[in-house]
Design a protein around this ligand. Structure first.
Ligand code: OMD
Ligand code: FE2
Length: 438
């Protein structure tokens, strides 16, 4: 079920819809009427175009918003490199001979597990120039102040912060943990529904965009006043910083279809087999980032929410498989029916990576359980939700992910599948030709 609603502050009002064209003003009359860039925008605001696709992208893909703000984003001193940041790429000068290849636009995805113990301060903001960030909250709420307004993202909710949107994260319920997927190309879409029809899975009306909300701390010009606001940017996987005298959260009104949004996973309308066999998990896709090849995603965000299993004569958990796509899985709450938990099991906050063509499936205990289970209608995953980032790209793991995090579970393969039993019984009537001899 959806996350329980409680009284939200005024700033947490939302506009509902996916890929919609919204308009919102925190002060009446702040949006210009009938044009985007009047000679003098209302209330002395600056008009700023914010594009999420190339200007000439086809209409159905085009994403942009117009922001009406107290000062334009360009009003800041130069950025300098953050040499000791986590994405450090600075190297001392050396006499090596170098040749340069032409720059390629970033492609693909990045996957992260985050933990946070303290809120960002009111004078800090961050943005990624590399891609859109899909955040999966697992523990602790994130109250995210963005240039376009606030999003409260609680466990069992997700949000997407598009490339370039500045934001500041607060932790209203204490320490937070979760997962994120950074998409370096394109944007997320809702999956096609095909014969399912015009509703189900994630419905467009359940996506929520913020309303405009601004603060007023500014110097009269870009260079006036103490440079007390720190802006950090992730640019080509390196961090850079600048300080400016005015708040970046000064957007009084905006309109457009390029904006951050959130979604409550409890609203997902899950579809499954009502006859037999286990369908492909693509029926659980919430959001998809398409490649140029139809049906093959750069990234799919797939969830495994509580659902009724009724398939007859069927091995109900996921089958054993090797997948041409890579599968990164996480557990938001509860347990997962292919890995029943306990010692060496899949735990909330944990993750697994089954890369391209790496064989996997239920662990031996889950397999034996499901093989012998009575096939009555069963609610699986009550109070639980696993998810998967699935990609057509092979996934590399950083030094941090391999070693430095010291969280890689020893013996995972053996504990999961070392104990799978042979159930093969050769029929006595069968004649077999075993060659070469063992
Ligand atoms: O590997 C997994 O647990 C994820 C998964 C679930 C499923 O129902 C079918 C295929 C699949 O990869
Ligand atoms: Fe899988």
């Amino acid at each position: 079920m959806p996350v329980t609603a409680f009284e939200l502050p005024e700033r947490h009002k939302y506009q509902n819809g996916f890929g919609s064209y919204f308009e919102t003003e925190a002060v009446p009359g702040a949006l210009p009427v009938g044009q985007n860039s009047p000679q003098k925008p209302p209330h002395g605001l600056y008009a700023e175009k914010f594009s999420g696709t190339a200007f000439t992208a086809p209409r159905h893909e085009n994403q942009q918003s117009w922001l009406y703000r107290i000062l334009p984003s360009c009003a800041h001193p130069p950025f300098t490199s953050v040499a000791d940041g986590p994405f450090k790429s600075d190297k001392p000068a050396d006499p090596a001979r170098l040749e340069y290849i032409p720059n390629q636009p970033a492609q693909g995805i990045g996957m992260y597990i985050y933990t946070a113990g303290k809120s960002m301060d009111n004078h800090s903001a961050f943005y990624s120039a590399d891609g859109d960030l899909l955040i999966v909250a697992q523990e602790g709420a994130l109250d995210i102040r963005t240039e376009l307004g606030w999003l409260l993202v609680r466990p069992m909710e997700i949000c997407v912060i598009p490339r370039g949107v500045k934001y500041q994260v607060h932790l209203p319920s204490g320490p937070a943990r979760g997962y994120a997927l950074e998409l370096y190309q394109g944007h997320f879409t809702l999956p096609e529904l095909g014969p399912i029809g015009s509703n189900c899975l994630a419905n467009a009306r359940d996506f929520q965009a913020p309303v405009a909300c601004f603060s007023e701390d500014y110097g009269a010009t870009a260079s006036e006043g103490p440079n007390s606001y720190t802006i950090t940017v992730k640019f080509n996987n390196s961090l850079f910083q600048t300080k400016q005298p005015h708040t970046p959260f000064d957007v009084v009104a905006w309109h457009g279809n390029y904006y951050p949004y959130k979604y409550d996973l409890g609203r997902f309308n899950t579809i499954g087999s009502i006859s037999y066999d286990h369908p492909d998990p693509s029926i659980f896709t919430v959001l998809s980032a398409l490649s140029d090849h139809p049906g093959t995603a750069i990234a799919d965000f797939v969830i495994f929410p509580p659902r009724w299993l009724v398939a007859e004569g069927t091995f109900r958990p996921p089958w054993y498989h090797r997948n041409t796509m890579s599968e990164f899985m996480g557990l938001i709450a509860g347990d997962y029916d292919a890995k029943k938990g306990g010692q060496g099991g899949f735990m909330p906050g944990g993750a697994s990576l089954h890369n391209v063509m790496s064989g996997h499936g239920p662990d031996a205990n889950s397999f034996e359980g499901a093989r012998n289970a009575e096939l009555k209608p069963t609610l699986v995953g009550k109070g639980s939700c696993a998810f998967m980032f699935e990609s057509c790209l092979m996934v590399g793991v950083t030094e941090w992910g391999h070693k430095m995090c010291r969280k890689v579970q020893e013996g995972y393969s053996d504990e999961s599948w070392g104990g799978v039993k042979v159930h093969w019984k050769r029929p006595e009537s069968a004649t077999v030709d075993v060659h070469p001899p063992n």
